[in-house]
Design a protein. Structure first.
Length: 140
């Protein structure tokens, strides 16, 4: 599934700090890249996470992750992290994300990430605020 009409792409460069002793991107850092892309996706539709916390008392917490690693990224690689919405629920969003190296069109990593809207005070699921839900594109 790639809902390309609603695909958001965020560029990332691999820094030395992202790599392991072999000079390859450490596996957990792909999740960080994906997190940044989801944050920027949210920002692109007009919402800041700190404001949602302050005004609505909510945060988005990762609920479930499925990740496949295909090829390694290396120090100084320029990457593109894509985010496509797979499912829009009352209190959760599920994304398909890919990490691609455009220089050689290699798919390096892909994942399915489900995030839940939770109240910061009790960490219980809450409905996504209507003002945000209205701005989130519908899934085809």
């Amino acid at each position: 599934m790639n809902n390309s009409s609603h695909r958001f792409i965020w560029p990332v460069r691999v820094y030395y700090e992202d790599t392991d002793s072999g000079g390859l991107v450490y596996y957990a850092n792909y999740l960080k890249f994906m997190e940044r892309a989801r944050t920027e996706w949210l920002r692109s539709i007009g919402f800041e996470q700190d404001r949602l916390l302050r005004q609505d008392g909510i945060i988005f917490a990762v609920r479930q992750v499925e990740v496949g690693y295909h090829q390694p990224a290396r120090f100084n690689d320029e990457l593109e992290i894509s985010s496509s919405l797979l499912q829009k629920g009352r209190a959760s969003l599920t994304f398909h994300q890919e990490v691609v190296r455009p220089a050689d069109a290699q798919l390096l990593c892909k994942g399915k990430i489900k995030i839940a809207c939770v109240g910061m005070k009790n960490m219980r699921p809450l409905p996504i605020p209507k003002k945000l839900l209205l701005e989130i594109p519908d899934v085809d």
